[in-house]
Design a protein around this ligand. Structure first.
Ligand SMILES: Nc1ncnc2c1ncn2[C@@H]1O[C@H](COP(=O)(O)OP(=O)(O)OP(=O)(O)O)[C@@H](O)[C@H]1O
Length: 331
């Protein structure tokens, strides 16, 4: 089921949490709302859910205007960062909750709950209570509960926000697979660009209550509309005044080595820089530099192998050149 938000405005006093926001979310897609804290992501999601009203604007789900409808009438599943599970109910009863209040027949409920527990990988956990689950398992239970009533739309507000990096990564992969299996139109709020790039079909980048750009992850990464999108979707630095990604900077011990022989298409110029610090980050190494003439600080990200071959130490002079710059596409 597709979702459209048209001309949404929401103010808190003088502050515009949503400033004339319009977005189309295609049926069956997994769309992320990505942006820094306070950019209006949750406000937009809550408006789609009907949990908050808009000052003006329209929300359309599956072609129907739902702007004035209560959340219960919108056919949505909702999962928050801190999921409020019923502590006194088992995993099974938590997942069955929505079906029970809809008075579905018991055999139907049993079958559905079995299926969902299987999908979320909690089959062996059905008799446990929420307090006996890990954070990741609890969020999977929350997703099963949201999916139990066959919502048209699944709305997720930082569902993995409180979990550690490794669990988040596992759950992302799992969410992607779940989405491929269940194919319900899903909107995910996140401030984590890696998470958005990893799971989404489409990403909407929000900033100060406005949408900066909407598109496929590659589109936003390779052809960002502006500096904000470019910098939010990956780290960027300035070299010779040009915005570049740190892994697109070559460094060498002499000017020729910083120049790849075949590539003259994007010559931002070779600059001399002094090594400030060399930090190993696993596969990659961050080389922190300061430009000799301008004093501009920047860093390059190179492979550990390249860094070892260069064998750099703080205080040494090198030459750096950006081999590629993101193509900013004005919207
Ligand atoms: N009930 C409220 N009263 C006043 N201001 C609010 C209220 N709810 C949200 N805001 C403000 O609206 C802005 C947008 O909030 P929102 O929660 O949508 O941001 P967000 O992008 O989801 O941020 P975060 O990632 O921190 O959750 C924030 O500046 C916030 O302080």
């Amino acid at each position: 089921m597709s979702i459209s938000v048209i001309g949404a405005n929401k103010r808190y006093g003088d502050f515009a949490a949503l400033d004339d926001v319009s977005i189309d979310i295609p049926a069956g897609s997994l769309t992320s709302l990505l942006g820094p804290s306070g950019s209006g992501k949750s406000t937009l999601l809550r408006a789609i859910a009907g949990l908050d009203s808009l000052d003006s604007g329209t929300v359309v789900i599956n072609g129907g205007n739902v702007t004035g409808l209560s959340p219960q009438k919108r056919d949505i599943g909702f999962v928050f960062q801190h999921y409020a599970a019923f502590k006194h109910l088992s995993v099974r009863d938590n997942v069955a909750f929505g079906l029970k209040i809809r008075k579905r027949p018991k055999p139907e409920i049993d079958k559905k709950v079995d299926e969902l527990l299987e999908i979320v990988g909690l089959t062996g956990f059905q008799r446990r209570f929420p307090a006996q689950l890990s954070g990741g398992q609890r969020q999977r239970m929350a997703l099963a509960r949201a999916l139990a009533v066959d919502p048209q739309v699944l709305l997720l507000d930082e569902p993995f926000g409180a979990l550690d990096a490794k669990v988040r990564e596992d759950l992302r992969k799992w969410l992607r697979r779940l989405h491929e299996d269940v194919n319900v139109t899903t909107v995910l709020v996140t401030h984590d660009q890696q998470e958005a790039l990893d799971v989404s079909d489409r990403i909407a980048v929000l900033n100060k209550g406005r949408i900066e750009q909407v598109g496929a992850p590659d589109e936003l990464y390779d052809r960002p509309a502006n500096v904000f999108v470019a910098s939010f979707l990956g780290s960027t630095v300035r070299v010779n005044g040009e915005l570049v990604r740190p892994h697109d900077i070559r460094i060498g011990r002499n000017p020729e080595l910083a120049l790849p022989a075949a590539d003259t298409s994007l010559d931002t110029g070779v600059i001399k820089a002094r090594v400030v610090r060399v930090v190993n980050l696993g596969f990659e190494t961050r080389v922190e530099l300061v430009a000799a003439t301008t004093g501009e600080e920047f860093h390059a990200q190179v492979t550990r192998g390249d860094a070892n071959a260069l064998n750099l130490s703080p205080g040494e002079d090198v030459f750096a050149r950006a081999t590629k710059v993101p193509e900013l596409v004005a919207d």
